[in-house]
Design a protein around this ligand. Sequence first.
Ligand code: UDP
Length: 488
Amino acid sequence: MKSTKPHVALLASPGMGHLIPVLELGKRLVVQHEFHVTIFVVATDTTTVESHLRNLPNPKLLNVVSLPPVDISGLVDPDASIVTKIIVMMRQTLPALRSAIISTTRQLRPTALVVDLFGSEAMAIADEFEMLKYVFIASNAWFLSATAYFPTINKRLEEEHINEKKPLMIPGCKPVRFEDTLEAFLDPKDQVYVEYLRLGVEIPTADGILINTWEDLEPTTLAAMRDTTSLGRVTKVPVYPIGPLVRPVMQVRPAPVQEDSVVGWLEKQPSESVMYVSFGSGGTLSFNQMIELAWGLELSQQRFVWVVRPPMDDDASGAFFKVDSNGSDGTPNYLPDGFLTRTSDKGLVVPMWAPQAEILSHPSIGGFLTHCGWNSTMESVMNGVPMIAWPLYAEQKMNATMLTEELGVAIRSKEFSTTPIVEREEIERMVRKIMVDKEGDGIKSRVKELKYSAHKALSIVGSSYNSLSKVAKDCETSLQGQLSKARG
Ligand code: UDP
């Protein structure tokens, strides 16, 4: 491979929520900067990369390498959190990543390694091969501020947060309320707590942090991270807001659309009339909550597309690593008796997995009941779709708070904090508020403004385009250094 353009290696940790934005980042480096990109994917039984590799730009420049699956069964408690499992998997993958980088080195040594948050230990490999190293946060700057600040929180503050349930104060940033906090912060004896401390220590050793956000979405948090006068600044590493990284919205739908597909069904519905309901790649509800949600949708009398998966009473991330993006044809038998028949003229139930990017970009969609995973959130904003926030795990409660209280583009039930179950009447009320009531108009217009702001950030004169160009420039300068060193 003879080229004067840098080669950048990207490492994605398992889970579609990590893989999808890393693929988009790789595509941007190819399309905007004509870089060579190799994306290393940590394979799991359910990480079906193939469906996301269609329509890749310039396959000569973008290469995807699946690293061999690793067995972590003897290394981690089966009941450990999903984050712990992902981190242990990433650790076990390091030797394979190192060998893979050595083999790409025979063509053109990567100039930079970009790892997502849970792969930060791989930055040691970048050091070994004298590569630039970047951490990519597939979430927002507020989440980064909490994670990067965590190791510097002293015992007293920790006790105040965990025991007295006081907010976590982060210099210059919004405090994190106890109700919104990350599970990882709550139990110092849990492995995930120790791993998070390590992440917080490792992030600042990067040459830069890329974040899936944009300047105008989080101006205060980003300013706090760059405030050189603040002694307690959460990180001194340059931050690059490069988002939103979402799969591109198709302007023209390919014809013909399959009649029996979800998009085929959406084609027959009026504009902005359908509520899309989905809990991401891993989210699950309890049995009783599923029943209430089904009734709530039915009582609302609104059209809906609902991605359903078997209920789990004790694990809100119960489908993680269990759902694959090839979907499933099974008929869901855990829904209320007669629900499918009674709602057949208004609703479509899709088992396990749906083509979310296509759904959210369809003009028939008028609302999104979402678990507030950051990719889902960004996809909704990019399409100007107002949300009902239904956070389940990870940083989703922080995201829900940002969407409802700060950006005003979503509503959220008060019942989340007071009762274990959100009841059908409350769900009916929220769906109608977004889809029917005049009250929802403010939310709709704010999300449309945010859509405009996101598209502007990505445009050739926009802040995110500019941020990624700065990273690209650093890679180019580093490559020139490598080349002149090689020439002696
Ligand atoms: N997704 C999808 N179909 C589904 C569920 C999820 O295409 O049925 C995609 C969704 O569009 C998003 C990603 O999977 O890009 C999920 O990422 P997110 O950050 O929203 O949530 P996570 O799954 O990581 O909790």
